[in-house]
Design a protein around this ligand. Structure first.
Ligand code: OFO
Length: 168
């Protein structure tokens, strides 16, 4: 049976993963409206991944006698000035998520809940990948700068992009 404090921390994380999914969805929609279909597909896919992160937590809480709470989500931004702006936003967001995951891990240790601590290690590893991915993409975009041809290739390449290829 999960302790109340652990359930609270996990429910907070459920909300954050839901917000992540929403943020990527908003970014995907913006990219699609700009004709950046490769980027849009990448971001739609990532939005689905974040939903999976949320569901994994929901099931963990419910299967261990807690009650997962599905929270309201605040509206994500709808306009972005550039692809750099999008991926800078992603990196900042993921760094904030990493902090939150670390906080959950801290609580698990102080509550001596080693099962949840073990479960959270998946998220610790995932955050490493997500931050690395955002940094890699941002570096590429900084190299491309304003070049239209470069952005065209970037967008086309991102369509084929699978995160594990890039971050391993
Ligand atoms: Fe769920 O990993 Fe990003 O936010």
């Amino acid at each position: 049976m999960l302790k109340k404090k652990i359930v609270g921390a996990l429910n907070n994380q459920i909300g954050l993963e839901a917000e992540s999914s929403h943020l990527y969805l908003a970014m995907a929609s913006w990219a699609e409206s700009q004709g950046l279909n490769g980027t849009a597909n990448f971001l739609y896919m990532h939005s689905d991944e974040e939903r999976m992160h949320m569901l994994k937590l929901v099931k963990f809480v419910n299967e261990r006698g807690g009650t997962a709470i599905i929270p309201a989500i605040s509206a994500p931004p709808t306009k972005f000035s550039s692809l750099q702006d999008v991926f800078k936003g992603i990196l900042e967001h993921e760094m904030m998520v990493t902090e939150s995951i670390n906080n959950v891990v801290d609580i698990c240790l102080s509550e001596k809940d080693y099962t949840t601590h073990n479960f959270m290690q998946w998220y610790v590893a995932e955050q490493l990948e997500e931050e690395a991915l955002a940094r890699t993409i941002l570096d590429k975009l900084n190299l491309i700068g304003e070049s239209t041809g470069g952005l065209y290739i970037f967008d086309r390449d991102l369509e084929q992009f699978t995160p594990t290829e890039e971050t391993n």
